[in-house]
Design a protein around this ligand. Structure first.
Ligand code: ZN
Ligand code: ZN
Ligand code: ZN
Length: 445
C-alpha cells in the first residue's frame, strides 16, 4: 500500500482569485465572498412542517450557521402558490404575496408571513449571510379558467393576483400569438412565455418587477433559478443584468458539457449535477475511480455549485460524510443540505469540514491517486496553505506516499482522524494515512 504510484512531474499552477461580475450593494456580504470563500446552506427540505413557522425556525439557526462558516442561505420559493399554506412554493401564483393576502386558502405561506420573512432576512444580514431566493419562472399555477383562442379549449391562464401585481392571461403563456412553446414545460403547469415584452417588464425590467421587488424591498441578495431547462439561458442573463447578485441555475443534467454550455450562455453558476452523479457512482456504488469523471468543477470551477443531496434528490447514503469531505475540499461553491446538517450527519464533523473549506481549500487542484477504495487530491493553495485530502471506503486503515508542496515542513490531519504529524521530505514527499471508511485532510501544522 505504500508504493509510489504517482509521478513527480505534476506541475503547480496557482490560479488567479475568482472574479465576479456581481454588484456589491453595500451592507450585504459581497457576492465574491459568497462564491469563493464560503458554504451555502439549503435552508429547507421537501415537506418542512406546515403551519407558517419555518421562517422563524430558520431565523433561530442563522447565528449558529454563520459562526460555523456558512455564508449564504437558500430559501424555498417565498411567495404564494396555488396550494396556499400547504405548498412548498413550486406552483407559484402571486409573486408579490409573501404571506400577507388571503388567497389560495390562506394568508400565510407554508413558511410564514411577509414580516416573518423580512425579519429572517434582516437577521441573516446582521449575521453576514447572503440570502438567495428560489425563483420559479418557468411555470405558474392556480389561474382561473378562460376560453383560450390559441388552444381552442379552456385553459387555467387567467391570473388576477390579490397583490394587484403582474396580471397574466393566455397571451403570456404558451402557445400564444408569438409562438407555440419554449425549451420546455413542467408537467401540465401553465408555461410562462419570457419572449413577451410585458412578461419581461413584469419579471425583471420594471422598477416594481418581481426581480426588483425581491431585491430592493425584500432584501434578497441572489437567486436560485428553478427548472432552467424549461426556458432559454438568455432569460437568466437578462434577469441578472437587471438586478445583479449571485445566481445559480437548476439544470438537472449529469453531462458536464451540457452544464458548461449553459453556464457560458447564461453567465450564471449552475448546480454541478455531473459532480453529483460521479459522487453517487463513487460513494453509493463503492468505486472511487468514478471521481476521475467529468464534472463542471473541473471545467468552470468558479461557476460550479456542488451538493451531496437536495430537496429533490438524496441518493448517497453510503459514505455520505465522505461525499461532504469531497465537496468541501474541492473547487466549486459547496452547498450544505439542511437535513444532513441538522438531522442525519455529525454536525461537529461537518463544521470541521466547513472550517477546512474556508481556511485551507484554496488554489488549483492536482489529482494524485484514485483506485476503487482510495482517493487522494491536493489543493495547491496560495501562501503555503492548501491541503491534501485522502478518502478511504475500505474497512481498513490505509497509508500512502504522496507529493506535497510543503518540503521539510511538519503537517497534520486537520480532521483529527489521524494523529500522525509527519515531517515532509525536502522533495515534498510524505506518507499519510486514512482511517477505515473515513477521510483525512492534511496541511502544514
Ligand atoms: Zn415563449
Ligand atoms: Zn418553459
Ligand atoms: Zn486501494
Amino acid at each position: 500500500m505504500t508504493t509510489l504510484l504517482f509521478s513527480c512531474s505534476d506541475e503547480l499552477v496557482d490560479k488567479e482569485p475568482e472574479t465576479t461580475e456581481a454588484v456589491s450593494t453595500g451592507m450585504e456580504v459581497d457576492a465574491k465572498a459568497a462564491s469563493s470563500n464560503g458554504v451555502m446552506m439549503q435552508a429547507f427540505y421537501w415537506d418542512v412542517p406546515a403551519g407558517g413557522n419555518w421562517w422563524n425556525t430558520v431565523k433561530g439557526k442563522v447565528p449558529a450557521w454563520s459562526n460555523a462558516g456558512i455564508n449564504a442561505i437558500w430559501l424555498p420559493p417565498a411567495s404564494k402558490a396555488q396550494n396556499g399554506g400547504y405548498s412548498m412554493g413550486y406552483d407559484p401564483f402571486d409573486y408579490f404575496d409573501f404571506g400577507q393576502y388571503n388567497q389560495m386558502g390562506s394568508v400565510e405561506t407554508r413558511f410564514g408571513s411577509k414580516s416573518e420573512l423580512q425579519s429572517l432576512i434582516s437577521v441573516a444580514h446582521t449575521n453576514n449571510l447572503n440570502v438567495f431566493a428560489d425563483i420559479v419562472i418557468n411555470h405558474n399555477s392556480g389561474g382561473a379558467s378562460e376560453s383560450n383562442i390559441f388552444t381552442n379549449t379552456n385553459t387555467y391562464t387567467d391570473y388576477a393576483p390579490a397583490s394587484g401585481m403582474f396580471y397574466r392571461s393566455q397571451y403570456d403563456f404558451h402557445p400564444n400569438d408569438y409562438h407555440n412553446n419554449d425549451t420546455g414545460a413542467f408537467g401540465g403547469f401553465a408555461d410562462v412565455c419570457h419572449h413577451k415584452g410585458y412578461v419581461q417588464d413584469e419579471l425583471w425590467r420594471n422598477p416594481n418587477s418581481v426581480a426588483k421587488y425581491y431585491k430592493n424591498t425584500m432584501g434578497f441578495d441572489g437567486w436560485r433559478f428553478d427548472f432552467v431547462k424549461g426556458f432559454e439561458p438568455w432569460v437568466i442573463q437578462e434577469w441578472n443584468k437587471s438586478v445583479g447578485g449571485f445566481s445559480v441555475g437548476e439544470l438537472w443534467d449529469g453531462n458536464a458539457q451540457v452544464l458548461e454550455d449553459w453556464v457560458n450562455a447564461s453567465g450564471s453558476s449552475a448546480f454541478d449535477f455531473a459532480c453529483y452523479y460521479r459522487m453517487k457512482d463513487a460513494f453509493q456504488n463503492n468505486n472511487l475511480t468514478n471521481l476521475n469523471g467529468d464534472m463542471l468543477i473541473k471545467r468552470q470551477p468558479s461557476k460550479a455549485v456542488t451538493f451531496v443531496a437536495n430537496h429533490d434528490t438524496d441518493e448517497i447514503f453510503n459514505n455520505k460524510l465522505l461525499a461532504y469531505a469531497y465537496i468541501l475540499t474541492h473547487e466549486g461553491y459547496p452547498t450544505m443540505f439542511y437535513s444532513d446538517y441538522e438531522t442525519y450527519l455529525d454536525k461537529n464533523k461537518l463544521n470541521n469540514l466547513i472550517w477546512i473549506h474556508n481556511n485551507l481549500a484554496g488554489g488549483s487542484t492536482s489529482y494524485l491517486y484514485a483506485d476503487t477504495d482510495e482517493y487522494v487530491a491536493r489543493r495547491n493553495g496560495y501562501n503555503n496553505n492548501g491541503l491534501v485530502v485522502y478518502l478511504n471506503i475500505s474497512n481498513n486503515w490505509q497509508e500512502r506516499w504522496i507529493q506535497t508542496n510543503w518540503g521539510s515542513k511538519r503537517i497534520k490531519d486537520y480532521t483529527g482522524n489521524s494523529s500522525w504529524e509527519p515531517v515532509v521530505q525536502s522533495n515534498g514527499w510524505v506518507k499519510i494515512q486514512v482511517p477505515p471508511n473515513g477521510y483525512s485532510v492534511w496541511s502544514v501544522k
